[in-house]
Design a protein around this ligand. Structure first.
Ligand code: AMP
Length: 307
C-alpha cells in the first residue's frame, strides 16, 4: 500500500570513534525511505539544492525509492554535522544549516495525495502539518521529531501531536517534551494529547511502544560493530511503517511485528557510515537480522508458568 515519507535529504558530515565522512548522503527522509523500501515502494518528499549530486538521488531510486517528490530548489542543500563520543550514545550537533529548507513549501505530486500511510520524518513540524493537510485519505500517519523543534517550534509540534496517529521520539526528547524524567509518565502524557500510539526510542537499549491498552518493549539487536549510529532512528521508523504499509495492516499485533522490522533495519544502518549498509544489505540480510532478533528474545513462557 502507498507510503509517503517527508523528511530531509541532506549532506552530512559525521565523526565517530571509527572514522569521519564528509558531505555524504544523509537526512531523515533518505534513511527512512531506504529502510522502508525493504517492504514497499516509498514516495519520498523533500527538497535539495543545486549542489546536490544526481547520483545520490539515483542511489535512492536504485533501491526502490520514488523520488518524484524531491524538489530541486535554488540554493544550498540542508547540511548537518555531528560528532559522537567514545560512547556513541552521546552525540553533539556541530552544525545545522537549513538552507533550501528555510523556504520549502511541500506540494505533493498529484497522485501522492492518495497515500494511505504517511511518515512525517524529522523536519520542521510546520512542514509536517502541510503534508498532513494534503493527505486527507491517510489511514495511518506517524510523526518523528527532535529537540530542536521542541525548542523552537513548540506550537506547530503540539498540533502535530494532536493530529498524527503515532508519535515517535527518543527518550531524552520525551523527557524534555513532557517535563518528567519517567518515560512511562511521558508516554501517557503524549497519549493524552491524541495519538493512538507513542514509540520511544532508547538507542542501543531498544524501543518501547505504548498504546492506551498495552506496552510492548524490544531490545536493540546487540551489535559489536557499530560504526555510525546516524539515521538509526529514521531507519527504525522506515522499517516500521514500511512493514505496516507493505502488509496493509494497522492492528496492534502488526505494530508489534513492525517494531521488529524497524529494529532490524536500524541495526543494519549502524554497521556502516552514511547509508552504506542500507545500500548494500539485501532482503536476505534483513531476514537474517530478524531471525537474530527472534533468537535473542525467545523465551518459553509456558514452561516458566509450569514451575
Ligand atoms: P538521527 O540519527 O536518527 O537523529 O538522524 C540523523 C539524520 O537527521 C542526519 O542524516 C541529519 O541530516 C538529519 N537531521 C539532523 N538534524 C535535523 C533537523 N533539524 N531536521 C531534520 N533532519 C535533521
Amino acid at each position: 500500500m502507498s507510503l509517503l515519507i517527508i523528511g530531509t535529504v541532506a549532506f552530512d558530515t559525521v565523526e565517530t570513534p571509527y572514522g569521519k565522512v564528509e558531505r555524504v548522503l544523509g537526512g531523515s527522509g533518505s534513511y527512512a525511505s531506504l529502510a522502508a523500501a525493504y517492504y514497499t515502494k516509498p514516495r519520498l518528499v523533500g527538497v535539495v539544492g543545486e549542489d546536490f549530486p544526481q547520483r545520490y538521488l539515483s542511489l535512492l531510486e536504485s533501491r526502490g525509492v520514488d523520488t518524484l517528490g524531491v524538489e530541486r530548489a535554488p540554493g544550498k542543500s540542508f547540511f548537518w554535522h555531528g560528532r559522537y563520543e567514545t560512547d556513541v550514545n552521546i552525540r553533539e550537533t556541530l552544525v545545522t544549516e537549513l538552507n533550501v529548507l528555510e523556504t520549502f513549501d511541500p506540494k505533493l505530486p498529484g497522485d501522492y495525495a492518495d497515500s494511505r500511510f504517511v511518515f512525517l520524518a524529522n523536519i520542521d513540524p510546520a512542514l509536517q502539518l502541510r503534508v498532513l493537510e494534503q493527505t486527507p485519505g491517510a489511514v495511518l500517519t506517524m510523526a518523528d521529531t527532535m529537540n530542536l523543534w521542541i525548542d523552537i517550534a513548540r506550537d506547530a509540534l503540539e498540533e502535530v501531536l494532536r493530529r498524527a496517529h503515532i508519535i515517535l521520539l527518543n527518550d531524552s526528547e520525551a523527557r524534555q517534551l513532557c517535563g518528567t524524567p519517567n518515560l512511562i509518565t511521558a508516554a501517557r502524557r503524549i497519549l493524552e494529547k491524541g495519538p493512538r500510539a507513542v514509540i520511544i526510542k532508547k538507542g542501543e537499549h531498544g524501543v518501547m511502544m505504548f498504546t492506551d491498552k498495552a506496552v510492548f518493549s524490544l531490545p536493540a539487536y546487540p551489535l559489536e560493530g557499530v560504526k555510525d549510529p546516524t539515521g538509526a532512528g529514521d531507519a527504525f521508523a522506515g522499517g516500521f511503517i514500511g512493514y505496516l504499509a507493505g502488509a496493509d495492516d494497522c492492528t496492534e499485533p502488526a505494530m508489534r511485528r513492525a517494531v521488529v522490522a524497524g529494529t532490524a533495519t536500524a541495526s543494519l544502518c549502524c554497521e556502516d557510515f552514511s547509508v552504506g549498509r542500507l545500500q548494500s544489505a539485501d532482503a536476505g540480510a534483513v531476514a537474517a537480522r530478524i531471525a537474530g532478533i527472534a533468537d535473542i528474545t525467545s523465551v518459553d513462557f509456558a514452561q516458566l508458568a509450569r514451575v
